[in-house]
Design a protein around this ligand. Structure first.
Ligand code: GTR
Length: 326
């Protein structure tokens, strides 16, 4: 009797996990994305899921829920770790507190330009950070572009002194709080989806992001001054939950990795174009752009941030390797 009950329970559990019941059966994967469907990240993810479906003859069917339909970023990160979300595209910032080596890729002014960043994330340094991410539950398949982040506010920000006392939104990351502290601003960690109304109501004075996010989130309607500080070039990952990854066979893993890399090449092309288009769009909508040509006063203020985050030997070594990469 008891044994039958156990067998029944085991069968029921297997039925609830269709992907392990029979290997040939189709799998349905749930993917998280913060951005709207026409955003370069979203189109990259769509390309990835199409390629995987084609190359597995629809055995692995992935559905991406765009526009943060499955929750805000912090929740999605937790859900990936427990495996209730199967894949996602994340900015490093939200992972900074969980995986310290992601901080080096977030540090202000660490990359010389986009080519330098690509060389770093696509090479051994990216692999090192990827190994740390994997231990925390995120298997990195490819690195996506997210351009440079700049400050924007309800009032013009022209110099670092203008940052003093500003209530500025950051992502959930101690590093970002310290970056703002070094500028004399008051950092407020808030989900992306709450920034618009907080700027509108004056709970926030400012935020920071890249051109495409500033435009697609419509923050430009409520924070009319954009200052090209370009203070961080923090990259993003397309990742699969380790829970899911562990159940894949080597051939399928290879299909996913290749499809992800192809999708990243596509996303990067779309990204460069969208940065230009978004910039033009917000300027046409009346945004005032304050161009920063000399970023050294901003960079100098970041010394305490480097002192804190690049002080332990492993971090210092990563920073050195990034700087020396050519
Ligand atoms: C965007 C990024 C998102 C998220 C967002 C934010 O540029 O693509 O992943 O990090 O910024 O500021 O919350």
């Amino acid at each position: 009797m008891f044994r039958r009950a156990v067998r029944f329970a085991a069968a029921a559990a297997l039925a609830a996990l269709p992907w392990i019941s029979t290997p040939s059966q189709a799998q349905e994967w749930r993917g998280w994305n913060i951005h709207p469907p026409d955003y370069p990240v979203s189109r990259g993810m769509d390309r990835f899921t199409e390629l995987v479906a084609q190359r597995t003859n629809n055995r692995i069917r992935m559905r991406t829920y765009h526009s943060a339909q499955l929750g805000q970023q912090d929740e999605a990160i937790q859900q990936m770790r427990i495996g209730s979300i199967d894949f996602a595209e994340f900015n490093m910032s939200g992972l900074n507190n969980i995986v310290p080596s992601t901080q080096v890729l977030t540090l202000p002014f660490i990359f010389r330009d986009v080519a330098h960043q690509h060389m770093v994330v696509d090479g051994p340094i990216g692999d090192t950070v990827g190994e740390d991410l994997e231990k925390a539950g995120f298997v990195v398949l490819a690195w996506y572009d997210a351009g440079a982040r700049s400050m924007y506010g309800r009032r013009p920000i022209r110099t670092p002194e203008d940052m003093r006392g500003l209530k500025i939104r950051v992502q959930t990351s101690d590093l970002w709080i310290d970056i703002m502290r070094a500028l004399g601003a008051n950092a407020t960690p808030l989900p992306y989806g709450e920034v618009y109304t907080s700027l509108q109501s004056g709970v926030l004075d400012a935020a920071e992001n890249n051109w495409p996010s500033y435009e697609s989130s419509r923050h430009f309607e409520v924070a009319r001054y954009f200052t090209t500080t370009e203070h961080s070039n923090v990259p993003e990952i397309l990742a699969v939950s380790r829970q899911r990854w562990n159940r894949l066979n080597p051939a399928d893993r290879e299909i996913l990795r290749t499809a992800a890399r192809e999708s990243a090449a596509y996303q990067r092309q779309l990204w460069a174009e969208r940065e230009r288009v978004s910039r033009e769009k917000v300027i046409a909508a009346g945004v005032q752009v304050i161009d920063i040509t000399d970023r050294s006063p901003w960079a100098r203020l970041m010394e305490p941030v480097y002192a804190k985050y690049a002080s332990d030997p492993r971090m210092a070594e990563l920073v050195r390797r990034i700087r020396e990469a050519r």
